[in-house]
Ligand binder design. Structure first.
Ligand code: ADP
Ligand code: MG
Ligand code: MG
Length: 882
């Protein structure tokens, strides 16, 4: 196969082969844009190199041929002659892996060619600056020398010359810096810096190949779920120089504002600089608009190119460019990253401009972006805010509270009604109470998979982690910012989990306009973000196949869910209806020693339950409501065994004493696998029957009142069809009794949750007794993995995520291969046994974008999720259908 493609031979659709960078450079070349010439070595060559440890046969010759052509075209020889050609050797995989692999600039410079370059450019400083950059980059990435060594030598040189930045270093100083760099290379590798240009190039190419398998890159791919066998392409590109003086420079640009989506001129420019200087933050950049003043011709040219790119890619593009003595060169482009708000705005702008259709607009936004827009945010425009630092946006939201440095204080202050931000260097399982009590969590160490990040996301709590500029001193209860300010315990902080910013003081929080729109239908006329959301949601609803229901237990939740677009309730948990004042009745039920006692306790609960269901059916009139019979172990309604034992031993409350035997009897080592779900229904006489009766009577009451109830009765934790048969027979008898007594037909349906592996594996049998299945993917994940959900997230999940064992918690996104396989099997077997079987899912996964796609794929009828996630599920169900 062909292993090397000239820029003129490729195009943007060849990302598999040429990587994103190579493919887009080829595309720009084809568009006639000013790209320095070059060629790209394919990912296939990389794969072969990695498999065999040597370059594939023919690569050397093909590279030679392309290099010859490049040299002919440029009229220069690589690193030779009076006007030496220099090139960059650039990595570029199919998926962008920022900072994971490397690029070496100025390949071809050597002791011999540096003088030629200086003479040719008429600029000695420039030549030595380029040479020191080559040795620095080559030393670090190709030779594997610690980059700090070069950095500190550079700093020493700056200090010695009293130079504020490296542009202030003169030719002489740079020349001696090159000597220092060369001796670092000699010292660290035992060899001299290679002087032969082709050797430099070949070594750089190999290093880029090998960087695909570097630890950082592997870990990144595991976490981002990028396959390991793709390999990287290597692009070799003739150098153009932005460090040739004040009429040269380098910059980055966006065709629209990636923050808001508005059209305009966005980017940064740095005169007299090369490559990464512009983003490295070592010198102050100027806004792109200033380029107009500095170099009007290049500026106009750039704007024109930006327009060409937008019209070609039909999307926001980001760009790297360099100006060499007044000539503009394009060095990279790709469809650019953007904020959530910008994604929606850009999609509808392009739709309005007729550049894309509705289907494409829907594809360009994601449920995660929509979810971000539904959090309240800080109004940073309201006042000058005092930014203390920035970390990783680990769990979205806007939290304001007093800084505290340990969990005990967090709990104590929160108990007094104070909002607190828990500030730690990093968190561990001992911090759990504090994390629960805090309004937000801030750490100075750790990434998106650190304990703090994982647990906060699980709790839905705002978290900024890895704010490395903050030096947290938990002993002295304070932290110090990068610029030396000290924040003591009790000071108010505002942390932004969506951007990662940490502010001092109380920043005003504004509610989400998008939520306001979902709640009240307002804003679509005057707010262009809301208008975008509205437009795209309407289209998603039109095209989606998958229904979206809510997990809701109260009429308030049900009403909100309905406003958010729910098409029914997929899970109404009845356990909440047994708490509060009703706890006494449940206690009586549990403590009953005779049938009469038990029946009295159930009889007292019946009207209350009936009332709950009547209200819920009213709120969801005309839509299905799936009511799950009591699921949790009974001891959850009783006091804790240890606490009660202590009270009994130390006090003399007769009630406590009466409770103790029951609490002891019901105590379980592993309650999640104990007496719960259908097992309760089979063991506690009359319990499920009472619930069924309450549902049936409530439905009948609603009918009588002119309503249209659609109740579905759901049996939890079934493992075998025999369990279901017994409960079903009893339920049917009870429903028949109510129907007879009320003289109506209720047409209630009876189904089961599929949340145990055995249920999934015997779904064909179970379907014989079920009108519907609802996959309880939370319990199914627990039981398939053997993970206790209440424990593992806080204990070892961050380690698992860091090791890349999974990229995301299986409780967050469905594990397709394991849990998902069971869902698929059960859905298929269930439908085979009973073609009209209704299938849904009611675990947290129902509101998770990736999981929604999976459920669509396996043919479920609906997903059910918490009310707040409903818009996300609707949007993703629409995307899944396009
Ligand atoms: P990354 O993938 O990290 O962006 P790049 O390969 O794009 O790495 O290169 C790093 C920097 O060097 C970028 O700023 C890029 O614009 C610049 N650069 C790369 N090749 C050249 C070249 N031939 N001439 C001038 N600058 C270059
Ligand atoms: Mg780049
Ligand atoms: Mg369950």
């Amino acid at each position: 196969a062909k292993l090397v493609y000239d820029f003129a031979e490729g195009n943007k659709d060849l990302k598999d082969l040429l990587g994103g960078k190579g493919a887009n450079l080829a595309e720009m070349t084809r568009l006639g844009l000013p790209v320095p010439p070059g060629f790209t070595i394919t990912t296939e060559a990389c794969r072969a190199y990695l498999a065999n440890g040597t370059e594939p046969a023919g690569l050397r010759d093909e590279v030679r041929a392309h290099l010859d052509a490049l040299e002919r075209r440029m009229g220069k020889r690589l690193g030779q002659g009076a006007d030496p050609l220099l090139v960059s050797v650039r990595s570029g995989a199919k998926f962008s892996m920022p900072g994971m692999m490397d690029t070496v600039l100025n390949i071809g410079l050597s002791d011999a060619s540096v003088d030629a370059l200086a003479a040719q450019a008429g600029d000695e400083r420039f030549a030595w600056d380029s040479y020191r950059r080559l040795i620095q980059m080559f030393g670090k990435t190709v030779l594997g020398i610690d980059g700090e060594l070069f950095e500190s030598a550079l700093e020493d040189a700056r200090r010695a010359a009293d130079a504020a930045t490296d542009v202030d270093l003169g030719a002489g100083e740079l020349r001696s810096l090159v000597d220092t760099f060369k001796s670092i290379v000699r010292e660290r590798t035992g060899r001299d810096f290679p002087q032969d240009p082709r050797t430099q190039m070949d070594l750089a190419v190999r290093a880029v190949f090998a960087s695909w398998n570097g630890d950082r890159a592997r870990l990144y791919r595991r976490q981002e779920r990028i396959p390991h066998d793709l390999g990287t392409a290597v692009t070799i590109c003739a150098m153009v120089f932005g460090n040739l003086g004040p009429d040269s420079g380098t910059g980055v640009a966006f065709t629209r504002d990636p923050a808001t989506g508005h059209q305009g001129v966005y980017g940064d420019y740095l005169p007299n600089a090369q490559g990464e200087d512009v983003v490295a933050g070592i010198r102050n950049t100027v806004p792109l608009a200033d380029l107009e003043r500095l170099d009007a011709a290049s500026y106009t040219g750039l704007l024109h190119i930006m327009e060409v790119l937008e019209n070609h890619y039909l999307d926001l593009c980001d760009i790297e460019f360099t100006i060499e003595r007044g000539t503009l060169w394009m060095l990279q482009t790709r469809v650019g990253k953007r904020t959530a708000a910008a994604a929606f705005r850009i999609a509808t702008q392009l739709l309005d401009q007729g550049l894309i259709d509705e289907r494409e607009a829907l594809r360009r936004v994601t449920g995660n972006q929509l979810a971000q827009l539904m959090f309240p945010r800080f109004d940073v425009s309201a006042a000058e805010t005092d930014v203390l630092g920035k970390g990783i946006a680990a769990s979205p939201g806007a939290a304001v509270g007093a800084a505290v440095f340990d969990s005990a204080t967090a709990v104590e202050r929160a108990a007094r009604g104070e909002a607190v931000i828990l500030v730690r260097r990093e968190t561990n399982p001992d911090d759990l109470d504090g994390m629960l009590a805090a309004a937000g969590i801030l750490t100075s160490r750790g990434g998106k998979t650190s304990h703090a990040a994982v647990v906060a996301r699980g709790m839905g709590k705002t978290c900024v982690c890895g704010a490395e500029g903050l030096d947290v001193d938990t002993g002295r209860r304070r932290f110090t910012t990068a610029d030396g300010r000290v924040i003591e315990e009790g000071e108010i902080l505002s942390i932004d989990g969506t951007s990662g910013t940490v502010h001092r003081g109380r920043v005003p929080v504004v509610p989400s306009a998008v939520v306001d729109y979902f709640e009240h239908g307002t804003g679509a006329d005057d707010d262009d973000l809301v208008r975008s959301v509205d437009r795209i949601m309407r289209y998603a609803d039109r095209v989606r196949r998958l229904g979206v229901r809510a997990n809701a237990d109260t009429t308030q939740d049900a009403a909100r869910a309905r406003r958010f677009g729910a098409q029914g309730i997929g899970l109404c948990r009845t356990e909440h209806m047994f708490l509060g004042e009703r706890r006494d009745m449940v206690e009586r039920l549990i403590l009953a020693t005779s049938d009469a006692d038990r029946e009295a306790a159930l009889a007292a609960l019946l009207p209350l339950q009936r009332g709950d269901f009547t209200e819920l059916f009213e709120a969801m009139d005309g839509l299905p409501v799936t009511v799950r019979l009591l699921d949790p172990p009974l001891h959850e309604f009783l006091p804790d065994l240890t606490e009660l034992s202590v009270r009994v031993a130390t006090g003399d409350d007769p009630h406590d004493r009466a409770l103790l035997p029951a609490v002891q009897r019901l105590h379980e080592q592993n309650p999640m696998l104990g007496l719960r779900g259908v097992r309760l229904g089979l063991v506690v006489p009359g319990l499920f029957t009472m619930q069924v009766r309450a549902i049936a009577e409530a439905a009948s009451d609603r009918r009588a009142a002119g309503g249209d109830p659609h109740a579905e009765i759901m049996i939890p934790l079934v493992g075998t069809v025999q369990e279901l048969e017994i409960v079903r027979d009893e339920a049917e008898r009870e429903i028949a009794r109510v129907e007879k007594a009320r003289g109506t037909e209720l047409s209630l349906s009876l189904g089961t949750m599929i949340e145990l592996p055995r249920a999934a594996l015997t779904a064909g049998q179970i379907a014989g007794s079920a009108d519907f299945f609802s996959f309880g993917t939370n319990d199914l994940t627990q039981t398939v993995w053997g993970f206790s959900r209440d424990d593992v997230e806080a204990s070892f999940f961050s380690a698992y995520l860091e090791k890349g064992i999974f990229g995301v918690s299986p409780f967050e996104t469905i594990d397709r291969d394991g849990v998902g396989a069971l869902v698929r099997t059960a859905a298929r077997a269930g439908r085979a046994a009973r073609p009209d079987l209704k299938l849904g899912v009611c675990g947290e996964h129902g509101g998770d974008p990736e999981s929604v796609h999976f459920f669509d794929e396996v043919g479920l009828d609906y997903v059910s999720c918490s009310p707040f996630r409903i818009p996300v599920a609707r949007l993703e169900a629409g995307r899944a259908a396009t």
